[in-house]
Design a protein around this ligand. Sequence first.
Ligand SMILES: Cc1cc2nc3c(=O)[nH]c(=O)nc-3n(C[C@H](O)[C@H](O)[C@H](O)COP(=O)(O)OP(=O)(O)OC[C@H]3O[C@@H](n4cnc5c(N)ncnc54)[C@H](O)[C@@H]3O)c2cc1C
Length: 433
Amino acid sequence: MSTWRNWAGTESATGIETLRPGSADELAAAVKSAAEQGKKLKAVGSGHSFTGCSVPQQVMIRLDGLSSVVHADKESGRVTVGAGTGLRKLNAGLAAFDLAMANLGDIDKQTVSGAISTGTHGTGARLGGLATQVVALDLVTADGSVLHCSAEENPDVFAAARVSVGALGVISSLTLQCVPAFLLRAQEMPLPLGEVLDGFDELADGNDHFEFYWFPHTEIALTKRNNRVAPGVGASPVGRIRGWIDDELLSNKVFELTNRLAVRRPGMVPRINRLASRALSAREYVDASYKVFCSERNVIFRESEYAVPREHVVDVIRRLRAWIDASGSRIPFPIEVRVAAPDDIWLSTASGRETAYVAIHQYHRLPHDPYFRAFENIVADYGGRPHWGKLHTLTADDLRSRYPRFDDFLAVRDRLDPRRTFGNAYTRQVFGD
Ligand SMILES: Cc1cc2nc3c(=O)[nH]c(=O)nc-3n(C[C@H](O)[C@H](O)[C@H](O)COP(=O)(O)OP(=O)(O)OC[C@H]3O[C@@H](n4cnc5c(N)ncnc54)[C@H](O)[C@@H]3O)c2cc1C
């Protein structure tokens, strides 16, 4: 019996039985046997969700035994991996075949199945989240059978299972559509927030991957543009010392200290944010895509993120800013804004619409409730959809109106898991019963 805790420390479980199957057959047998005994099961990735989506109630399934590249076809770019493969290991494994994921999020600590299950995404107006890069998957359902799903085989389960918050069964393997390995030129520079908001569409559409971080209480947004380089251009990575200063010292070590200072002296937060936004100065470098996408995040925080129709994102930021200014809240963490193309996955936060993501954060030792509640009220006016792995309070009734295929998802769930073997408090909140 063991204890489990997520990265953010927002969720935990004790007295948990852990299963570590070493093969897909062992996984299927373990699921069947536990389900027959009426036990509740939960597949757990690396615990990087802030919500209770991965909290095990009785039995935790860890897929470290299914965590490698099973098959890679360099020609087609199709790569099959065990569901427990960590993104860091995946990226290195793909690089060995001269392949890469077309897009990634900010960190590489998650497992591939945990990441897709909550709709983890990066940024790029012409690109979708990680789940859109999945072309097939194997799903072990409560009766121990293995469903192979793709656009051709079990297409309804495929549409449901790619973002399914662990509620349909346990994914044992995934086939990813990868792309030839590529280099990105990263251009990072602070700009006035007003300029970024006024030019948001041009910035989002004019770059392969555009995002910005706005430091509350300041006029400054740190913009990041990542674009594929022309053929023949080689890598020119950030120097080791500059990389350490920017990514380790300023973004993690000093940031932890300034956040601690913010706890003791909240009145100093506006000044701290102005300093922080100036300290992260302009830089440009070229490196392998996955090294540009992913960085270290060691300061513990709370996060909420909503997907809104892209045309409303500037309004959302302006209203959020007005709320922060009027409320007297002190927010030492920046707000991150990203974009994604529409996709056809039923519960993907970008399902069926051009999407912008607004992610708000708060240091873990500072109160986040009023801020997150105000944010949730603002995005509700635009049909905002919460990231399944980040803090929110919506229930099935709220979510039904925000996802046209919500009831189709529930129908697949009723069929595959009628006894709610894979249920927990979070699935009851977001899917009902
Ligand atoms: C520091 C930090 C940075 C982050 N950056 C980003 C970002 O840039 N973009 C973004 O979109 N999100 C981001 N996230 C959120 C994170 O990507 C998601 O919460 C992701 O789901 C975590 O993956 P995990 O492997 O830790 O899975 P867990 O959190 O352990 O599990 C997530 C869900 O997946 C299910 N699951 C896991 N394995 C399986 C399986 N084999 N079969 C079926 N279901 C399974 C679990 O039951 C659970 O419902 C970040 C989180 C943190 C803490």
